[in-house]
Design a protein around this ligand. Structure first.
Ligand code: NZQ
Ligand code: ZN
Length: 384
């Protein structure tokens, strides 16, 4: 197990009706900016509950943050917050709104070019406080300090990380997810699954607690995935999905572990080039990546196959079967694992992603920092 440092300052309020706590948890003198997306919060009860919780506060709203939040839209929110002298952000939505809110929190007090915040190209000295009300369990953004922002004008989808943008508060109410379309539920399950494997499925590292945390999250997602899809109002299934997705990227799974974020690196390029939902890119990339890296990942794939899927046989047999099981599971969740399902030409995708990775200086990916853009091109060709 490698050395590590861990601190997560986010206060989590979990359960039905927890939005009401914002009334007390947000300082009375705060001037609140409510940020949300395309309007789903008006249909799942979140907006009404927020209005009620904030009735003693001064607050204004900014809506229209799109999936894969856009820099241009977010800069309008930054200008709005500056004009209105707002100083506390409440983000209500999925990963896109919460990521967008992290950017706004950092950008409002920032002097200088805010685009440089993305990619951590400029230091930050402060950020507005942020509360996240989660409506789509998937990214873990509600209690981590990462954000992914897109700029279609320049074909960039890039992240930034800074402890200053840790949400102070996260409200996790599973009933807010009842209104999710099946596509977004499936996306959330697969995104949480891949976050877990990217911090786990590398090589043996004697991190037994972290391994078993990962395996517990994966088993939970496999168990509750079909129920969550079949029974939208099943509180226990939604609650377990919400907590599993949170824990997948809360910070504990990957402590002291080698990590392999190559699927996300390739996935972000596929989203910006072809418009695929974030999780849908991962469902295509991950099985293909594992097949390509079978040798170097075999020991961990075999551990995963035995413990998570209950498979038997030699390491090689179990590793291969575990990849097949994973791909089947993604398909069962409604996410295709081939580019052809979206009528995307594999050569075009492979060359496009490789070129983007080079442009973004993502030249050495994977747990051993030895996966090159050429390897990524080869992986995507196998996902035809
Ligand atoms: O915009 P609204 O109307 O709210 O609709 C959203 C959106 O269209 C809808 N939705 C959300 N909650 C709903 C709902 N519809 C009905 N009922 C509800 N309760 O779902 C659609 C997708 O929302 P989005 O926020 O885009 O999805 P997700 O949570 O999957 O977030 C994806 C974004 O997060 C980034 C991704 O790259 C992508 O940009 N990620 C952020 C990470 C992080 N900060 O740690 C890590 C992830 O790996 C990921 O990269
Ligand atoms: Zn993800």
């Amino acid at each position: 197990m490698h050395a590590f440092s861990f601190h997560n300052p986010c206060q989590i309020e979990f359960g039905a009706g927890q939005i009401a706590k914002l009334a007390q948890l947000i300082p009375a003198q705060a001037r609140v900016l409510l940020l949300y997306g395309g309007g789903s919060i008006k249909h799942n009860g979140a907006y009404d509950q927020i209005c009620s919780a904030l009735k003693q506060h001064h607050w204004r709203e900014f809506s229209g943050i799109e999936p894969n939040p856009e820099f241009e839209t977010l800069m309008q929110a930054v200008q709005f917050a500056r004009n209105e002298q707002l100083d506390y952000i409440v983000a209500v939505g999925g990963g896109s709104v919460i990521d967008g809110a992290k950017f706004v929190a950092a950008a409002v007090p920032h002097n200088g070019d805010c685009w440089l915040i993305i990619g951590n190209r400029t230091p930050l000295s402060t950020a507005l406080p942020l509360a996240a009300v989660l409506t789509l369990p998937a990214t873990g953004s509600e209690s981590n300090f990462a954000a992914v922002i897109s700029r279609r004008e320049t074909n960039d989808k890039l992240s930034f990380k800074n402890p200053l943008v840790f949400p102070k508060l996260a409200i996790l109410d599973p009933t807010l997810t009842y209104s999710l379309p099946a596509r977004q539920v499936g996306n959330g399950i697969v995104d949480a699954f891949v976050h877990t494997t990217e911090q786990y499925l590398t090589y043996p590292n004697e991190a037994r607690v972290q391994d078993r945390l990962a395996e517990g999250i994966l088993q939970t997602l496999i168990e509750i995935g079909p129920i969550t899809l079949a029974e939208p109002n099943n509180y226990d299934a939604r609650a377990n999905l919400m907590w599993a997705a949170n824990q997948a990227l809360y910070g504990m799974v990957g402590l002291g572990q080698p990590q392999d974020w190559a699927s996300h690196a390739m996935g972000h390029e596929l989203t910006i080039l072809f418009g695929l939902d974030h999780a849908r890119t991962l469902a295509i990339v991950l099985p293909a990546l594992w097949r390509y890296r079978l040798q170097s990942k075999q020991a961990k794939l075999a551990q995963y196959g035995r413990r998570v899927w209950g498979l038997n046989g030699s390491d090689a047999q179990v590793a291969n079967a575990a990849i097949d099981k994973t791909a089947d599971f993604f398909q069962q969740m409604g996410l295709p694992t081939q580019l052809s399902a979206y009528s995307i030409d594999a050569d075009e995708a492979a060359n496009g992603v490789a070129a983007q990775l080079i442009r973004h200086q993502r030249l050495k990916l994977g747990e051993k920092q030895d996966l090159t853009p050429d390897d990524c091109r080869a992986i995507l060709i196998t996902a035809a």
